[in-house]
Structures are given as C-alpha cells and as structure tokens.
Design a protein around this ligand. Structure first.
Ligand code: GRF
Length: 193
C-alpha cells in the first residue's frame, strides 16, 4: 500500500477525488492518503480532508522563506513516512532541496499541456484562445513551474462550451478521474521494478 501525502493551497477537489478513490475506487487497496498539507491556513480542502478522516497540517507559507517552508513540510513528510507526494492545486514552486529528497516521487496535475501553457490560468488560456480541446497533464515535479517529465496526458473536448465556467467543469471532471488512473499505472509499474 503506497502512503500518499497531498499538498494543496485551496479548494482541494482533486485531493478529494484521490482520497475517495483510495477509499472506494480505482486506488482501493493500492494507496492511502496519510496526510494532507496546506500552505494556507484557510484552504477549504483542509475541512474536506478532515471530513474524510484524513490527518491534516496547515503550514502558513506567508512571511517565511521558501527554504524554511519546504524544510518544515519535509519534516512532516519524513515523520509520516510517505512514499509519494501529490501536488493538487498546490500553488507554489518547490526548492531543489525538496525535489531532490523525493526523486520521481512528486507528482502534479496541471490543467493544460505543459508544453504549451505553464503556471496559473490554464483554463482561462484555453477559453480565451477558443481552443477546441485542451489537455490535462500529470507530470513529475522538479524545482521549476510545471516543468517536470510528463507521465500522461488526457484530452478534454471543449467543443460547444459557452463560458469559462463550462470549460472548468469539463476539465475538472477529467482531472478527477485521470489523476487516480494515472497514479494506479505509476504505482503498479514501480511495483514490478
Ligand atoms: C486544478 O485545476 C489543478 O489541476 C490545478 O489547480 C486546480 C486546483 O483545483 N493545479 P482543486 O484545488 O484540486 O479543486
């Protein structure tokens, strides 16, 4: 059973989808969410995690250095002995010290093709450019924004969408399925090694 930590900054809908998948879906008997860590004290996802009986930690990233924040998170991860760290709506770049501590074990979901759009506002970008489709990318994390090796991508058909909100609803529906499915493949592959 893989022990997961999920890092969030806000709503936490991807975190919820993964947690539910571990409890009763694609990742059942394969993985478990051991801790959810937020860098914002008021992140809505903290309550969602508590409601799912998952231990949480809130570490306020404002006013401390990037290095200090990352070291504090690392100490929680080491104490919890996690196998993988998932970034799910975690709006921060990690230091090299952090990413080097977990090579090929930190995985992010990004709501665009990372070859085409990185950073914030990926659904706005797709909407403003009237893209007929966009991609969801699951990728390994390095110390740059949305830059690590791509693990898998899923297409999102945007034809007929009439608002940015519709684009987001369609994209998130794909994200919530695709992240868990991709993780299952990663965990099974790494079990065979
Ligand atoms: C998602 O679109 C995710 O791909 C991106 O930020 C958003 C976070 O949403 N990195 P949530 O917090 O998982 O609801």
């Amino acid at each position: 059973m893989k022990k997961l930590a999920i890092l969030i900054s806000g709503r936490g809908s991807n975190m919820k989808a993964i947690a539910e998948s571990c409890q009763s879906g694609t990742l059942k008997n394969i993985a478990k969410v051991s801790i959810v860590i937020a860098n914002k004290l008021n992140a809505k996802g903290l309550q969602t995690a508590s409601d799912l009986s998952i231990p949480t930690a809130a570490i306020d990233s404002s006013g401390i250095s990037r290095e200090e924040f990352d070291r504090t998170v690392l100490s929680f991860l080491k104490a919890t002995k996690v196998d993988y760290i998932l970034l799910a709506g975690f709006m921060r770049r990690l230091t090299k010290e952090f990413t080097d501590a977990y090579p090929n074990k930190i995985i992010n979901i990004h709501p665009a093709d990372t070859n085409q759009h990185r950073g914030l506002g990926a659904y706005e970008w797709a909407w403003k450019n009237k893209l007929p489709n966009t991609k969801i990318t699951v990728h390994y994390v390095n110390d740059k924004i949305d830059d690590g090796q791509i693990i898998a991508q899923a297409d999102v058909d945007l034809s007929g969408t009439k608002s940015l909100q519709e684009v987001e609803v369609k994209g998130l529906a794909v994200e919530h399925q695709f992240f868990a499915q991709t993780l299952k493949t990663v965990f099974q592959k790494n079990n065979q090694k």
